[in-house]
Structure formats: structure tokens, C-alpha cells
Design a protein around this ligand. Structure first.
Ligand SMILES: [Zn+2]
Length: 98
């Protein structure tokens, strides 16, 4: 069993640890409010202008655009204009060859 003295030490170190954690959180908050967020905001306004964002979005659209086979997954029947999904040789609506 712990003696009263050791229990006091445990309680004091617990309180001290919580106090330090609270202080650490305060320091992190202070850094975010005064340092990191300001730095990130400066970076954003310097490099992430609307023009740059537009160029990035266009590049992403061009990169993810489907090529070749996937673009042919949706086709239309030349006879009845029925939309055919997938690689089929005959129209499911009128039965004509595609
Ligand atoms: Zn058809």
C-alpha cells in the first residue's frame, strides 16, 4: 500500500502533468494563432491565387478524364437512339446491330 507521502507525490505530479498539458495546449494554440496560421495564410495568398487554383482544377480534370475504352461504355443505338450502357453488340430496345 502507498503511504500518505507517496500518494501526495502522485497527486501533485498528476496535477502538475495536467497543468503542463494545459500549458502545452496553450503554447500550441498561441503558435497557431500567431505563427503557423499567419504563415499558412501568407503562403496561400502568395501561391494559391484564383488563377493558380483554376489551373490546378483544369489540370486535375484533364488527368482524371476517361480515355478510350471507358468513354465507349455509354453509346447510342443508331436506329432508335436508345442509350446502351456497356459493351453490347445489339440494342436492348429495338434489337438492331450497333
Ligand atoms: Zn435501338
Amino acid at each position: 500500500m502507498f503511504s500518505l507521502g507517496i500518494r501526495k507525490v502522485v497527486v501533485i505530479s498528476l496535477v502538475g502533468g495536467i497543468f503542463l498539458l494545459g500549458n502545452a495546449w496553450f503554447v500550441v494554440n498561441w503558435l497557431q494563432e500567431n505563427g503557423l496560421i499567419g504563415w499558412a495564410d501568407g503562403l496561400k495568398s502568395t501561391y494559391l491565387t484564383p488563377t493558380a487554383i483554376t489551373i490546378i482544377v483544369i489540370l486535375m480534370v484533364l488527368l482524371v478524364r476517361p480515355r478510350g475504352e471507358s468513354a465507349k461504355l455509354i453509346q447510342r443505338c443508331p436506329v432508335c437512339e436508345h442509350t446502351i450502357i456497356g459493351k453490347k453488340h445489339y440494342c436492348s430496345d429495338c434489337g438492331s446491330k450497333i
